[in-house]
Design a protein around this ligand. Structure first.
Ligand code: SF4
Ligand code: SF4
Ligand code: SF4
Ligand code: FES
Length: 378
């Protein structure tokens, strides 16, 4: 372990850890824009400068490995002045319309502008990037808010492996682009939305939340994504009980800050009017059991064929006890008449591991068949 001091406090850290990570692990927040804990560190924004005893000039802490006996200062008048200057430069080509911005309250640029008292730029204001790209169903790209931190580019390349976007151009012409600046759909983008999650400003925003409320208006609900067996931790942002968008729970041990497109954008089923919210049994079975007065004959085609009003016509809602009793009875009769291999079990990726374990146990030990499969290949 290496011993160093940060703001006068001694810490022990493993070799290879950056001063930024050592500080954050010990509750010291060093301002940063381009740094993201799960991505490489290009050291581009310079906001994370710190002073190191014995070195003439401040150094970016996200790129500075801890060293034995190092003495680091994260706050000083000199550092505050430098950070103020950096933010001043950032806002010289940033609209600063925080009063109408959906990202207000969650924007890192806004946070540091507030903390360092930068309300406007002292330079000539010039919004270099005005492109607004609304070319896919999932997120919009509003380049005037982009600070070219490069997080989106790095997450796409380093975590997702899609390399769909890159920073192109020089100087004021620099911007994040797909190949030939074409629509996202024509790039290698897989619409995972990871770039949207790591973007520190309003440059990348989920379409579903635009104009729907700002950070402090939204309620957060944490849950586990039900789409596959990975079980990513997911956080829904809701307003008035409606889901506005999903993101990975920051710091989630399974999936970090990343989700696939199903978890991030496939949540509209939750409140969809067609969602089955109660157990149903087929109308002819319900009639035989006296649960409905309306007789019904099983058609030649599958009773599960979809179509307007088909579910209501062919099925009857019942309570769970009744549904389980009917299912158990049907299984028992089939096994008695035709043997255990006459039935099969299909389990669900939306169940927990424990539930799936119990289900296979039930099929193998209870029913006595190995006819068993699982739908984890969504
Ligand atoms: S992106 Fe951030 S700094 Fe820019 S207008 Fe929105 S809240 Fe303000
Ligand atoms: S949505 Fe995913 S694949 Fe597409 S650009 Fe963003 S990070 Fe890359
Ligand atoms: S779009 Fe967002 S994440 Fe990408 S470079 Fe711009 S500000 Fe950074
Ligand atoms: S956070 Fe270190 S240089 Fe940007």
């Amino acid at each position: 372990m290496i011993e160093l001091t940060i703001d006068g406090r001694a810490f022990h850290v493993p070799p290879g850890v950056s001063v930024m990570d050592a500080a954050r692990a010990n509750g010291i927040d060093i301002p940063h824009l381009c740094y993201h804990p799960e991505l490489s560190t290009p050291g581009g924004c310079r906001l994370c400068l710190v002073e190191v005893e014995g070195r003439a000039d401040p150094v970016p802490s996200c790129q500075l490995p801890c060293a034995e006996g190092m003495a680091v200062r994260t706050q000083s008048e000199q550092l505050s002045a430098m950070r103020r200057e950096i933010i001043d430069l950032f806002v010289s080509d940033h609209p600063l319309d925080c009063v109408i911005c959906d990202k207000a309250g969650a924007c890192l640029l806004q946070k540091y502008a507030y903390e360092y008292g930068v309300s406007e730029t002292s330079y000539d204001k010039h919004i270099a990037r005005s492109l607004y790209q609304d070319d896919n169903p999932f997120f919009v790209r509003d380049h005037q808010y982009c600070i070219l931190c490069g997080r989106c580019v790095r997450v796409c390349e380093e975590v997702v492996g899609a390399s769909a976007i890159e920073i192109v151009g020089r100087g004021f012409d620099s911007h994040v682009a797909t190949p030939f600046d074409g629509p996202m759909i024509d790039s290698s983008c897989v619409f995972c939305g990871s770039c949207v999650q790591v973007c520190p400003t309003a440059a990348l925003m989920p379409r579903s939340r635009l104009g729907q409320g700002r950070e402090w208006d939204l309620e957060r609900v944490e849950t586990i994504c039900g789409y596959c067996g990975v079980g990513c931790q997911i956080e829904y942002a809701l307003r008035d009980g409606r889901i506005l968008y999903a993101q990975s729970t920051p710091g989630a041990p399974v999936n970090g800050e990343f989700l696939c497109s199903k978890g991030r954008y496939g949540w509209d089923f939750a409140t969809h009017p067609d969602r089955l919210a109660r157990p149903l049994i087929r109308r002819d079975v319900a009639y035989r059991l006296g649960l409905t007065d309306e007789p019904w004959e099983l058609p030649d085609e599958s009773p599960l064929d979809t179509g307007e009003g088909v579910i209501e016509e062919r099925f009857v809602p019942v309570d769970w006890d009744t549904a389980l009793h009917v299912a158990a009875d049907g299984l028992a009769r089939t096994v008695q008449a035709h043997g255990p291999d006459a039935v099969m079990g299909l389990s669900s990726a939306r169940c927990t591991n424990e539930e799936n374990y119990l289900f296979q146990k039930f099929m193998r030990a209870g029913i006595g068949t190995n006819n068993l499969d699982h739908c984890a290949r969504l």
